[in-house]
Design a protein around this ligand. Sequence first.
Ligand code: ADP
Length: 372
Amino acid sequence: MILIVDDKPENLIALQKTLEPRGFEIDTAGSGEEALKKVLKQTYDLIILDVQMPGMDGFEVAEAVGGYSKTSNIPIIFLSAVNVSKEFIEKGYASGGKDYLVKPFDIDILVLKIKTFVKLHEQNVALHHFQHTLLEEIEQRKHAESKKDEFISIASHELNTPLTSVKGYLQLAEKTLKQGKYDRSEMFISQSKKQVEKLNRLVGDLLDSTKIASGGLTFAFKDFDFDQFVDNTVDSIRQSYPTKQISCSGRSQRLVNGDESRLEQVLSNYLTNAIKYAPDSDQVYVEVAALPDGQVEVRVRDLGVGISEEKQQHIFDKFYRVEENAIRFQGLGMGLFICAEILRKHWGTYGVQSEVGKGSTFYFRLPSDAAY
Ligand code: ADP
């Protein structure tokens, strides 16, 4: 849209009537002050500005328009009836004008100039937009790059820790074996097996997250008994953490159609997190329910460190770890991200309720089929 600014209504109407039939959308202002109000509210591609006006003259308007970042790039053509001295024209350009026409002017020339300036302005706006998008992308990539570096360093550390333990335990097992202390060697071998399992889980998570990125996480859906699934998963975690009390309550009595081993991965992750992030508590509560809307729900509650409300919203993001706990507890920040992806692929929902210092409840819900 083009804004024509002139204090004489007859000039405004004449120019408007000339330009509108040529396909230009026109708005008008009867004074410099009105023009300024309009440019702040509306977006214009060009301003045609009369130089001599009572109150703010054309040059003052141009300077003000050039001063606002939102409007500084709008091209301005000055129209003037008098004062065609070189200094006057120079003042017009200095105040931000792109052209200076003296009345009477050839309307075809004005139309050509308008078209050129509007086109240039559009290109300018597109270029600015492009530049802005590009700068944003560069920032995002820089951020992603530094996140990646940080991740590689954490991942190397995470992989190295169990690997060093395995090496140590195997050396001890070898030594005790040579000494004939078979009980001790057995214990060291069982310790190194635990560390190998940890390594296996870490590598599994790394592989899963790469598969998610390439859309290649696969699922084998079939109907299974949901309560049985919860019992089995809890039992296997109980075996790995014999000192922890994991109490289970509620039954759903429903069947779920899904990939049982992937969902086991989710529930195991909730449970191991509940144990890991509650080092001063031995108690974990698992609650199962069939919801009135036909979904099944599992809630895993711990009495651990908790998560502040602000951080809860990021907890299922890739590589996200609560900063204040990152040194105290090892991890890659991938477990919940993988859980979320698995649950989404099952049309499930998930979330957390938590209070710092009091504990957390992680839950997920899945559509369930027929009751049995
Ligand atoms: P990891 O445990 O490997 O860091 P997760 O994706 O499983 O990765 O968890 C992401 C983050 O969420 C953790 O770093 C931790 O800060 C927080 N978190 C997860 N579970 C709990 C929990 N039960 N209690 C407190 N914080 C938790």
